[in-house]
Design a binder for this molecule. Structure first.
Ligand SMILES: *Cc1c(COP(=O)(O)O)cnc(C)c1O
Length: 398
């Protein structure tokens, strides 16, 4: 299919719910993608944070090849070696004390599971979520997602959801009550432009929930799996939740998610309480095991820490030398550049010059590159961004 056919077919038939970039991708390797005309792109978007181990990662490709010749599908009512293997692997990197794992297929599903688990375990209904949070778009997860633009058209959603300001301990203490099943929080908020939790906030939430008999849920779907320089972002603060949600990168690019809880919490789920036909399928599990092995063999989280610091420095110099920029934020390779203007034009210019950029709201560029990205690639991408920002300065400020 040529580009024009691909564009018009997707535009005419695919549900019109995605902001579309005007390129069609057909191949990837490491941190690079190629479109169907053979043009090369450096991917600073990292497939929305999914491509942690890089595109076409050799470990993952090999695992998928081998598993696809063996067995692709197997319902979790039957035992399976690829699934058992994945469970061992994910357990190896799970936070201390979180030892029971529900396997799903997407981030939103991991959150759905966490909601049901928190309600069943505590016998309470209310969930406290954060202003600025993102937890997915299925009805339950959507109820906890802050942006009213996403929620309003689909009301009524779950009742008993409260939104409190992210980072404000006092507001959390005021909000929690005997009705509260759980507080859910991203250790680093992603969707609203990369905001790491303030210093003692997560440990404050840990104390507040414990004292109140409520659970603490960390959504590490974007911040986890090495992205921020630790395997899990919450390690930066040394606070362990009762339930953790992970997805995006853990399947090496295949649909895979986990809801990880303490034995005690997960034991509240009884036969049939929560299941999924595809959850724990051998192909995704094999890819997930390969992704975890690659992460550990190459200490990808340390790469994220080092290259992330290097990239953050680079962004900070861009911030100093340009008028349209405002602030740099983030941890590891989960970074943001705040601008004074709409970034849409910058994204389109980036595509013409060979970088794929991601927005975060209207004025923010968000960087979630594959953790295998090299310093040379970061230099290359930032020099393109430098050119674009120079051009922006000129058009905005003359
Ligand atoms: C992407 C994301 C989700 C939703 O994941 P899906 O796989 O799109 O359902 C939930 N929480 C966070 C923090 C995310 O970044």
């Amino acid at each position: 299919m040529n580009n024009e056919t691909i564009f018009s077919t997707e535009n005419n038939i695919h549900a019109d719910v995605y902001y579309k970039y005007p390129i069609s991708i057909s191949r990837g390797q490491g941190a690079k993608l190629w479109d169907s005309n053979g043009n090369e792109y450096l991917d600073f978007m990292g497939g929305y944070g999914v491509s942690v181990v890089g595109y076409n990662n050799a470990y993952v490709v090999e695992a998928i090849k081998r598993q696809s010749e063996q067995l692709i599908t197997c319902h979790s009512s039957l035992y399976n070696d690829a699934r058992a293997n994945f469970l061992e692997n994910i357990l190896k990197i799970s936070p201390l004390g979180l030892e029971r794992i529900y396997i799903g297929n997407s981030g939103a599903e991991a959150v759905e599971c966490a909601i049901k688990l928190a309600r069943k375990y505590t016998g309470k209904q209310e969930i406290i979520s954060m202003i600025g949070s993102f937890h997915g778009k299925t009805m339950g997860a959507l109820s906890l997602t802050w942006n009213p633009k996403y929620r309003n058209p689909f009301e009524p959603l779950l009742s008993d959801v409260k939104f409190i300001p992210f980072g404000d301990t006092k507001k959390a203490m005021d909000a929690i009550s005997e009705k509260t099943a759980a507080i859910i929080v991203e250790p680093v908020q992603g969707e609203t432009g990369i905001h790491p939790a303030p210093d003692s906030y997560l440990s404050d939430l840990r104390q507040i929930t414990e004292k109140n008999g409520s659970l603490l849920i960390f959504d590490e779907i974007q911040s986890g799996f090495g992205r921020t320089g630790k395997i899990w972002a919450h390690e930066h603060w040394g606070v362990i939740p009762d339930i953790m949600c992970t997805a995006k990168g853990i399947g090496g690019g295949l649909p895979l998610s986990c809801t990880i809880a303490t034995n005690e919490v997960m034991s509240k789920f009884k036969l049939g309480d929560h299941t999924s036909t595809f959850g724990g399928n051998p192909l995704s599990c094999a890819a997930g095991s390969a992704a975890i092995r690659f992460l550990l063999d190459h200490e990808l989280h340390k790469k994220a820490e080092n290259i992330g610091a290097y990239m953050k420095d680079g962004l900070q110099s861009l911030n100093k030398s340009h008028k349209v920029t405002r602030e740099v934020r983030g941890l590891g390779l989960m970074l943001a550049l705040d601008l004074r203007f709409d970034v849409r034009q910058i994204i389109l210019s980036g595509l013409k010059k060979g970088i794929i950029l991601l927005y975060s709201g209207r004025n923010i560029l968000r960087f979630l590159p594959p953790l295998v990205i090299t310093e040379d690639e970061v230099d290359h991408g930032l020099s393109i961004l430098d050119d674009i920002l120079t051009e922006e300065d000129r058009t905005r400020f003359g």
